[in-house]
Design a protein. Structure first.
Length: 113
């Protein structure tokens, strides 16, 4: 999933400021997204992952290197606005040579936002 996110960012026909987030399923949970882009989580916790810049390396046959994926953890009933992406509440995770720098499912949100 993280490699897919890195490759999406590389696509030349996508605007840099468009949303390219993906849901990282940890347990069964569903996001209901209304026509305005507001998502509500039903069920177990889930994670929204955003790679909002070019990866350092994302080529076939080579391990991924991508710094600072933004990850938001959502609990049941929480909302996430895909149309106006939150600028706070995420934690950062990186992948170097195909290995994550820390647990993807646990992090301290960035406080300097």
């Amino acid at each position: 999933m993280l490699t897919t996110q890195a490759r999406i960012v590389q696509l030349p026909f996508l605007a840099v400021d468009r949303w390219h987030g993906q849901q990282l399923p940890a347990e069964p949970g569903s996001l209901f997204i209304d026509r305005n882009g507001l998502a509500t989580l039903y069920g177990a916790n889930t994670y929204i992952v955003l790679g909002d810049h070019q990866p350092e390396r994302a080529v076939a046959g080579r391990p991924l290197t991508f710094s600072d994926y933004k990850i938001w953890r959502l609990a049941s009933g929480q909302t996430f606005d895909f149309a106006n992406r939150p600028t706070c509440g995420y934690y950062l995770r990186s992948v170097t040579n195909g290995v994550t720098n820390s647990n993807l499912y646990n992090g301290t949100p960035v406080s300097s936002c």
